[in-house]
Write a protein that binds this ligand. Sequence first.
Ligand code: XMP
Length: 537
Amino acid sequence: MVQTPPLSADAAIAPGESPDVQSIVILDFGSQYSELIARRIRETQVYSEVLPYRTSAAELSERAPKGIIFSGGPSSVYDDRAPQCDPEIWNLGIPVLGVCYGMQLMVKQLGGSVERAERAEYGKAALQIDDPTDLLTNVADGSTMWMSHGDSVTELPSGFERLAHTDNTPDATIADHTRKLYGVQFHPEVVHSEDGQALIRNFVYHICKCEPTWTTEAFIDRAIADIRKQVGDKRVLLALSGGVDSSTLAFLLHKAIGDKLTCMFIDQGFMRKYEPERLMKLFKEEFAISVEYVQARDRFLSKLKDITDPEEKRRLIGHEFIRVFEEESTRLGPFDYLAQGTLYPDVIESANTNIDPKTGERVAVKIKSHHNVGGLPKDLQFKLVEPLRKLFKDEVRKVGRAIGLPEEIVNRHPFPGPGLAIRIIGEVTAERLNILRDADLIVRQEINRQGLYHQVWQSFAVLLPIRSVGVMGDQRTYAHPVILRLVQSEDGMTADWARVPYEFLEIVSNRIVNEVKGVNRVALDITSKPPGTIEWE
Ligand code: XMP
């Protein structure tokens, strides 16, 4: 998800960053899997972060990770602009595991050779183990690993030996035991690699000698202590959206600083039916955290009068949000700090970027301008407190659950900042919002009733501005169609339409046409992303 960068990065001390946390650093050479490697490491209860491949040996030495992983990447080590690492890294005495391109770079820099393979190897391959100790402990002989490479190692640097091979790749796993340098030609981080996680655990625990210090409970204790240290007795403002990130943030801050925290909920009027009321009730009655409710529905609606262009809608909603936010924070303030639900994927350089094959540089990709409660401008007079900036989304959920958030928030499907406004194609009016809210409620009710909630990433209705003819009883109707959008996804970056049962579709279609005035037709969107996007605007 694209988010606006932090207001002022240097003001943002990250709670949870205490020096006692052991870490494994991933140097990112442009692989689409760099972030995934970090997540796999964290699953072993050891903290891991992704840094650009240019990170110097001096900086690494200062951070003192227990181990370093070189990611894969799209380049060939012989390309003119192939990304290189600081050669001093080999002298740090820190264990290194090179993955795919990372292994080839290690081999080349240490005096071995890499050449274009006779046959590129993509997909599954059986790993034949020559030395079952060390990195390959508990990795089964013949175990499937995921390959994706055009170059191969042809000569090992001195001090290295082979630990495993495949039919096509003689040196599929290599090691210099003395210097604790390791390389794998496959991708242990992807799910198709059967014993990939066992290999990662071996690196983390046997080779780097880490201890399991990255646990939810330990994170919460540290985050609360760090928040207290950072903000002292100063006042903090938090804009609540009702999603898992801002709710978890509210809980953590409330635990840390009690009533020095002010939560504010700006109701733009684009939320789903009953959601604003539900959110206010939950926080007030069940969590005993007071929330300032800001009713701004008419303001937003009047801004959108006659607006049909999707980007213009997003821009106007984003602007209005900032204006309401500024007014309300002045009214409720003054505040010293603003709490933001920035997550780790928003912080690392590789998020939302692609590698430019010509220059080897990462370039930003922008399809839509996203808006959310973090989308505030850089010049606001606040310092930032961002306790979640080290966490992946699944880790936020674990924290949320551990501090007592109910499942309805912890597992809530993603919901866009501009809400229903970008699910109404054409002009957004009060009447059309009501139509969509009613149709959307039926989709949600049936998704829950038929036990499909956890099987889909998102499910919602979209209202079209066109009309078509229908018949109800003996009457001709001429009304709007509603589109059902149900998708499955891992991260929202790609998605497929969800194969839900016909019975579900039948019930939803019947109910919408019968119960929602103004709708006489229901259609199903069966477009994947790409080429479609999840939202219609
Ligand atoms: P698209 O439509 O780009 O959506 O395929 C990908 C994911 O992002 C969500 N989305 C947003 N989330 N602010 C948000 O916080 C936004 O402006 C926004 N626009 C889209 C969308 O619901 C999906 O999960």
